[in-house]
Design a protein around this ligand. Structure first.
Ligand SMILES: [Zn+2]
Length: 68
């Protein structure tokens, strides 16, 4: 599952919904709704299969305050 990193969009996509390709700066997909570039990483598993993970985890909320 991928999530568009464009904050007002935040659409969620399955791998089959998006087209992952390289525009010269690494693999990415463009959100089918808003067209935002979302970087992905290609991960080769030990069994020979390839999967993709979205680069950079979105931070939906600000981190909780720390009290020391
Ligand atoms: Zn989007």
């Amino acid at each position: 599952m991928f999530t568009c990193r464009n904050q007002p969009c935040r659409s969620e996509w399955e791998l089959s919904d998006v087209d992952i390709h390289d525009e010269g700066q690494g693999l990415l997909f463009r959100c089918p709704v808003c067209g935002a570039r979302n970087k992905v990483e290609q991960i080769a598993a030990a069994d020979g299969t390839t999967r993709y993970e979205q680069s950079g985890s979105p931070s939906p909320t600000s981190p909780p305050p720390r009290r020391n």
